[in-house]
Design a protein around this ligand. Structure first.
Ligand SMILES: Nc1ncnc2c1ncn2[C@@H]1O[C@H](COP(=O)(O)OP(=O)(O)OP(=O)(O)O)[C@@H](O)[C@H]1O
Length: 304
């Protein structure tokens, strides 16, 4: 797979403040990458660097094979961008605003704009300044998607959206991927990212902590397992097994948490008569918290 985005030791400092530290990351064409991190992790900094809205202090970014600085116009033409602080002229109506932005893009069929607005439940008649935060965000989404760009760069796209509209947004991302387009979206909510992303990159304090597929993250995540036996089993037979923690036994029921392979647990259970087995879906949000806790940041993220 060729790369839609290639970051090589990309770095940004703001005076003496750290923005981004030697970030190396590739995003393939047609891939949806979820870019997760707590407040101040460096997500917006990365995105602004991709679009040449700020300049790096080290390293290199390549977007659609282009240099964001030298080929800025071309990068912006081929990209749909939603800024974290999306703002437009408040005096315009939604329709005027989107028509203006469409004209800047060389014209876009009106039905595409009205189609997106309909799906997101965005009225076109009101003035921008009268809109709630969520409705302004919808304007931002329409303008990012309306020209069907080959690359979408979205900074906290679901901020302020209610759950139903969030689902519509996730559908738009799925459709973009089905069309072979690339999506780079930042978030601080794991659940929405895991619903659509092929891979998830987690950053903390300007550094990449991990990047992996949602499937692999799931395999690494902690899950709760409940086993039912035909009688009481000794907890100590289970508490020392690799990856097993928080073992509790209540009558014939044993509950524990497991990280990684359940093989040792299954083999230990098989020494008894198992009458029931319940395994909860791994909680990726919890895995995400772990990545945060294992550092000096301690910035809490929002659980969805
Ligand atoms: N213009 C600036 N001047 C000084 N420091 C900045 C500036 N922009 C960002 N920073 C610092 O860079 C770091 C990364 O900020 P950034 O906005 O990229 O984080 P983020 O992950 O997007 O956070 P959030 O979720 O709050 O938007 C933070 O410590 C922030 O204070």
């Amino acid at each position: 797979m060729t790369q839609a985005i290639r970051l090589e030791k990309l770095a940004k400092t703001y005076g003496r403040r750290r923005g981004l530290v030697d970030l190396t990351l590739d995003v393939g064409h047609g891939e949806v990458l979820g870019y997760l991190g707590p407040n101040g992790a460096g997500k917006s900094t990365t995105i602004r660097l991709l679009l040449d809205l700020i300049r790096p202090t080290g390293g290199r970014a390549t977007v659609l094979g282009l240099d964001p600085r030298a080929d800025s116009v071309e990068v912006h033409r081929r990209t749909g961008y939603l800024a974290g602080d999306f703002t437009v002229d408040g005096r315009q109506t939604v329709r005027e605003c989107l028509a203006f932005l469409a004209a800047l893009r060389g014209g876009i069929p009106e039905r595409r704009i009205t189609g997106l607005a309909d799906r997101l439940g965005l009225e076109l008649a009101p003035r921008i300044r009268s809109l709630s935060k969520g409705n302004r965000q919808k304007v931002g989404l329409v303008q990012a998607f309306m020209h069907e760009p080959e690359l979408l760069i979205l900074d906290e796209p679901t901020a302020g959206l209610d759950p139903l509209v969030q689902q519509v947004f996730l559908d738009l991302v799925r459709e973009a991927r089905a069309d072979g387009r690339t999506v780079f979206m930042s978030s601080h909510v794991m659940s929405e990212v895991q619903a659509v992303a092929d891979r998830v990159a987690i950053i903390r304090e300007g550094r990449l902590v991990t990047v992996d597929t949602v499937t692999a993250l799931r395999e690494r995540a902690v899950r709760t397992v409940e086993l039912h036996f035909d009688g009481t089993v000794p907890a100590e037979e289970f508490s020392r097994l690799p990856g097993v923690s928080d073992v509790s036994v209540e009558g014939p029921r044993l509950r524990c948490r497991i990280a990684g392979s359940p093989d040792a647990l299954v083999k230990a259970a098989a020494r008894h008569t198992v009458t029931g087995l319940l395994c909860e879906e791994p909680d990726l949000e919890e895995l995400f918290f772990e990545y945060y806790r294992n550092g000096a940041g301690h910035d809490r993220v929002t659980a969805a």
